[in-house]
Design a protein around this ligand. Sequence first.
Ligand SMILES: Cc1cc2nc3c(=O)[nH]c(=O)nc-3n(C[C@H](O)[C@H](O)[C@H](O)COP(=O)(O)O)c2cc1C
Length: 186
Amino acid sequence: MKKVLGIAGSPRKGGNTHILVSQILKGARAAGARTELVSLSNLRVKECDGCHTCWDTEVCWISDGMKRIYKKLMDSDCIILATPMYWFGPTVPMKAFIDRLVYFCCPKNEDKIKGKEVVLATVFAGDDPGDATPLLKMLKMTTDYLGMKLKGKILAPGVGEKGAIKKKKRKLKEAFNLGRSIGKSS
Ligand SMILES: Cc1cc2nc3c(=O)[nH]c(=O)nc-3n(C[C@H](O)[C@H](O)[C@H](O)COP(=O)(O)O)c2cc1C
């Protein structure tokens, strides 16, 4: 059974990001996958301090919620990175999470993430999908660098208020279908 892990990077609990990624996970479950959603706002992931201890010891010395997330990442087949757009980039919790992925950028640890599937998801208030280009490029370059395989992306423009995405039925359907496609065992 395929394991799909959603990482939601919004500080706003139960907001548009959470709804979007939950919908993707629902689709994945419908295809038979086992799913889990991690909300970074509950975990207070600290910033990487660049000590690189993890490259020698295979353990990050920072004691926080990321310890559990590393294990979940390694146990997953497919990872959904979902963040609202904040100033054309990811939120602080999502950036802190991404920085801590430096753990995987060394010969001892790289195989622990290389080859895993990834899906990119973002929500934002503006109507122009092109506004998401820098954010999606940054996420893609990061996951490419880690050797992950991009399986899909979804962007939801025009959602500013909390829960506004609930009215975007077509977008929610797209998210469900994306989840169904990644949830299938290959
Ligand atoms: C600090 C901050 C920065 C934001 N920057 C942008 C932006 O650059 N472009 C945009 O379209 N929306 C921007 N937004 C709006 C959010 O992306 C939007 O409200 C989104 O739905 C929030 O998702 P959430 O409900 O999951 O928290 C910003 C919101 C905040 C609070």
